[in-house]
Design a protein around this ligand. Sequence first.
Ligand code: SD4
Length: 319
Amino acid sequence: MLSRRTFLRTSTLSTLAVPLLLRAEATPPAGTPLVVATWPNRGATEAGWQRLQSGGTALDAVEAGARVPEADPNETSVGHGGLPDRDGHVTLDACIMDWKGNAGAVTFLEGIMHPISVARRVMEKTPHVMLSGAGALQFAVSEGFVKKIQLTSKARKAWEAWKKTAKYQPKINVENHDTIGILSLDQQGHVSGACSTSGLAYKMHGRVGDSPIIGAGMFVDDEVGAACATGLGEFVMKTLGSFLVVELMRQGRSPQQACEEAIGRIVKRYPNYPEFQVGYLATNKQGDVGAYAIQPGFSYTLTRDGKTTIVPSDSHLKK
Ligand code: SD4
């Protein structure tokens, strides 16, 4: 017969063991490490891969990757070389999220080369998730980031040309889309993500898009995977796209099926979808990657096993 003490010990162990077993089954084994980013962004995914190789986490990898287009003066949709709003201001949005569910973001930030690193500081050093505008700038400067004039001469020329013809109409276009959304799975099997953009060219002053919004421009859940978005942020925000993609993966969809279904929601609800672009990119914990867009022309860059490939995405509208 079991003594009372043995009975208590075995029953406590068995009630503990059941949830532990269930949890082990619910979290699938992780796939091989990777870094994947929206659009042809070889420099970014390879920089992220280098961080993974030197012992960095998925969080280090996505930050290192996003910093590459941020610093590139020829990159007109992210960071330093970004095209301005219709009043000539380059305003930057970025967010970052790690596998523990920590998140940080900046919006409407001017004059700082690396908004993704400011977003990471917001996550790590403040009790908040998002800082905006002058407050974000004040925080960045207090953290040692240097304020610089941001409108490059290339971007100024483009803006001056736009002013001559545009009648001050905020522009909704399908071409100006190079926002970087970047996701990584590391050696420990954890996922993280980042997103950085100068937003839509010639937008209204003060406009903020999806890219810095956790769940819209990017979302991470280490039980499932991660997703990010590019394109006309208004429609990503109205459907909380990246969160939706991750939740669909949680329900059993592959990354590809989840991205297709999230695009399907936009197509179903907004009949003017042929006038704009939205693209999603996702990875699950096994390292399966998927992408889908409304318009043809979307692609993503994947670095895995030290090899980089640029992969064209399928789309709802065909060529
Ligand atoms: C925005 N989603 O501000 C961004 C723009 C973008 O590729 O993704 N461009 O709406």
